[in-house]
Design a protein around this ligand. Structure first.
Ligand SMILES: [Zn+2]
Length: 131
């Protein structure tokens, strides 16, 4: 095996880019609008695990608080779940009309995992994460 193969030759080769696992962040406050009093955000992995939750007074804050932005909060929970990378997808519009989110939720139901994010977060915090 040649260890030092030419890097040049691979530069343009698209090695079957495997999409990163997605984490859907959505507002579960019904038919949400900016006039809603509260925004109850959830993060659901595409394979059906609720990873984080946050209640916020503003959609814009939630972008930060739910780690939609790379500098945001909750990202450590996502890294814990997907150490090789992930995409955070902000679901806009009614969640039930978002096909991929509904597929993720179907996975959640099918796997019978504990669906309460606050319990999961509590369990995680008990593990002594000093972060
Ligand atoms: Zn909302």
């Amino acid at each position: 095996m040649m260890k030092h193969s030419a890097e040049r030759s691979t530069a343009k080769v698209n090695i079957q880019a495997r999409p990163l696992p997605r984490i859907f962040v959505f507002c579960s406050s019904g038919d949400c609008s900016d006039s809603s009093d509260w925004h109850s955000f959830q993060a659901l992995s595409e394979d059906g695990e609720f990873l984080a939750a946050h209640i916020c007074s503003s959609h814009d804050y939630a972008l930060h608080d739910m780690g939609v932005r790379e500098t945001g909060l909750k990202r450590e929970l996502y890294v814990e779940r997907y150490s090789n990378g992930f995409d955070v997808v902000l679901v806009t519009g009614p969640p039930k009309q978002h096909a991929e989110l509904m597929a993720a939720y179907a996975n959640h139901v099918a796997h019978g995992k504990d669906g309460s994010p606050w319990q999961q977060e509590r369990a995680r915090s008990k593990t002594g994460d000093a972060g």
